[in-house]
Design a protein around this ligand. Structure first.
Ligand SMILES: [Zn+2]
Length: 169
């Protein structure tokens, strides 16, 4: 498959749905899929990831079999500076490193303390050095999907994400 070829009309419609945010991310304000990736339909074909359209339009020589990843972890972002191509293995390594970075400070004791606490997520996030979203996940019991919990004195072993396709497409 060659590069994406957008008509002028399609390109204008595309640009109209991109919002540049102060964080530097260019967020897609149109349709998103379940994982938060922007989706757009070109002609009568199936929906394409907006980050992939941007990336392959700018770097048409890149193999379309590669994944397009976000350095900013914002799936709806289409800022070319925040996108990089990687293999499935690169993705898994990237996800594992990110997971490790996010959780290095959390122990099993911390997790139970977070669960018992009635404090605000934002306060707990500051206290434990993680994001409020992660605190909410821990409270809902979903942390095992994204967090690697280590017990005191144990080394953290990054666990490759089980389904990189969901996170990086
Ligand atoms: Zn971004």
């Amino acid at each position: 498959m060659g590069p994406f070829k957008l008509t002028e009309q399609q390109a204008n419609n595309f640009i109209a749905k991109v919002e540049k945010t102060p964080s530097g991310c260019w967020e897609w304000s149109g349709c998103r899929n379940r994982q938060g990736y922007g989706q757009v339909r070109l002609g009568r074909g199936c929906a394409h990831g907006t980050h992939r359209i941007v990336f392959f339009s700018i770097k048409p020589e890149t193999s379309r079999s590669l994944h397009v990843c976000h350095s900013c972890d914002n799936p709806s972002c289409v800022n070319p500076d925040h996108l990089f191509a990687g293999t499935r293995v690169d993705n898994m390594r990237d996800m594992a490193l990110k997971a490790r970075g996010n959780t290095a400070k959390l122990t099993a004791d911390d997790i139970s303390e977070i669960r018992r606490s009635a404090g605000k997520s934002s306060q707990l996030a500051k206290q434990f050095g993680v994001t409020a979203g992660q605190i909410n996940k821990i409270k809902r019991g979903e942390h095992h999907k994204n967090l690697t919990v280590r017990h005191r004195g144990e080394r953290t072993t990054p666990r490759p994400n089980e389904n990189p396709h969901d996170l990086c497409v």
